[in-house]
Design a protein around this ligand. Structure first.
Ligand code: NAP
Length: 355
């Protein structure tokens, strides 16, 4: 079968031949439909993040997948079921995080990530998985199923942020998403269309015309240009924000979030920045957090419950939104184009087969 593999840091993704995987006892065989591409894939390709499976010099890419069960192999999953796979797997047998259904909370070394850290991903014509690492996706959502994984990341980030405010009567009305990339726009749509926030904002640094700004407008959200409005001015120019979701990976935003929050607000940090040393007024930030009961929560990856919630959320997003967000779907032969990024590209995917 054909797969897309990369030698991290040493080249571009290439189509390689691999043997058709044979499902072990308790595993099913899945025919891949589509696999989405995100910033993490680009970091893996550049060699900035992730690692190849032990003893291999190449990694099969892809962690945002949707496929269809081809061989149930004696499991309870019906053949023909559309599924999205979760990303983390235990490294050597199981461990307490996996047993508790919370692999997303496992520290480094206690998980592998398919297509990212030490395990092959899903950019192959077929892959195998145990049913506990799969969630069912309604057939009518199969084409958009690549969004289940990134939506699951958002489900977790928002869940943890809201949980941090659960000790008092918190009634958030405003949400700000930092970043107009695919994760940021997905999250903005969740706040607006699913969680029904009264006022939503999205921070970017682009000029119009731009397809991401068109989506912000179409959602009825307010675009904030970070080149014109520093984060610290947001409470005076707009309002103090109840919940902020950072999806830029711009390290200063972790701290500037505290300034833009309303009293009692919470910021969820999702971005993964490179090292960057800069000055901050630590005393001011410390005081803001304490005197205004503010919280910051970091969040990475997601578990099966978040995937299940993401499937439900995907069904609630308007069709125009997912159509506008998924800008291009490429065949395997158009590999190079699939991994190109520019200002007209939001979310791309590779199509391996059709339902
Ligand atoms: N925690 C997790 O589990 C998890 C999962 C997936 C992704 N991530 C991380 O989440 C972040 C977002 O992911 P993504 O795939 O959406 O990445 P992306 O496509 O690179 O989007 C980042 C967006 O942030 C904007 N941005 C960056 N710096 C900015 C600034 N100073 N002011 C305003 N806008 C700024 C960029 O604008 P331009 O395009 O105009 O430059 C871009 O639109 C990344 O850091 C990624 O690594 C985390």
């Amino acid at each position: 079968m054909k797969a897309i593999a990369v030698e991290p840091g040493a080249g571009t993704p290439q189509v390689v031949e691999r043997p058709l995987p044979e499902p072990q006892s308790g595993e099913v065989l899945i025919r891949t439909l589509r696999v989405g591409i995100d910033g993490t894939d680009h970091e893996v390709i550049a060699g900035a993040y992730g690692e190849t499976p032990a003893g291999q010099d190449r990694l099969i890419l892809g962690h945002e997948a949707v496929g269809v069960v081809e061989d149930a192999n004696g499991t309870d999953l019906a053949e023909g079921t559309v599924v999205a796979p979760t990303v983390r797997r235990p490294p050597n047998g199981s461990n307490p995080y996996f047993e508790a259904g919370e692999p997303d909370m496992a520290p480094e070394g206690q998980y592998l990530e398919c297509g990212i850290v030490g395990a092959d991903g899903f950019m192959a014509e077929y892959f195998t998985a145990r049913p506990k690492y799969l969630v069912s996706v309604p057939r009518e959502l199969a084409e958009q199923g690549i969004l289940v994984e990134p939506l699951s990341v958002t489900e977790k980030g928002i869940e943890h942020a809201i949980a941090s405010r659960s000790a008092f009567d918190w009634r958030p009305e405003s949400a700000l998403v930092l970043g107009n990339g695919s994760l940021g726009l997905l999250t903005l749509a969740v706040f607006k269309e699913v969680l029904d926030y009264e006022r939503t904002y999205c921070l970017g640094r682009r000029d119009r015309p731009d397809p991401t700004l068109d989506i912000i407008d179409k959602l009825g959200s307010t675009y904030i240009d970070s080149r014109e409005t520093p984060m610290a001015d947001i409470p005076t120019v707009y309002e103090g924000i109840d919940i902020i979701y950072e999806a830029t990976g711009y390290a200063k935003h972790a701290f500037e979030t505290v300034e833009a929050l309303a009293p009692n607000g919470v910021g969820a940090l999702l971005g993964v920045p490179d090292d960057w040393t800069f000055e901050i007024n630590g005393g001011h930030l410390h005081r803001e957090l304490v005197l205004h009961n503010k919280a910051l929560v970091g969040s990475v990856n997601s578990n099966r419950d978040h995937f299940a919630a993401a499937v439900k959320t995907l069904g609630q997003l308007p069709e125009w939104f997912t159509d506008d967000l998924i800008t291009d779907v490429y065949e395997l032969e158009e590999l190079e184009a699939a991994f190109k990024t520019d200002d007209t590209t939001i979310k791309t995917a590779v199509e391996f087969s059709r339902i």
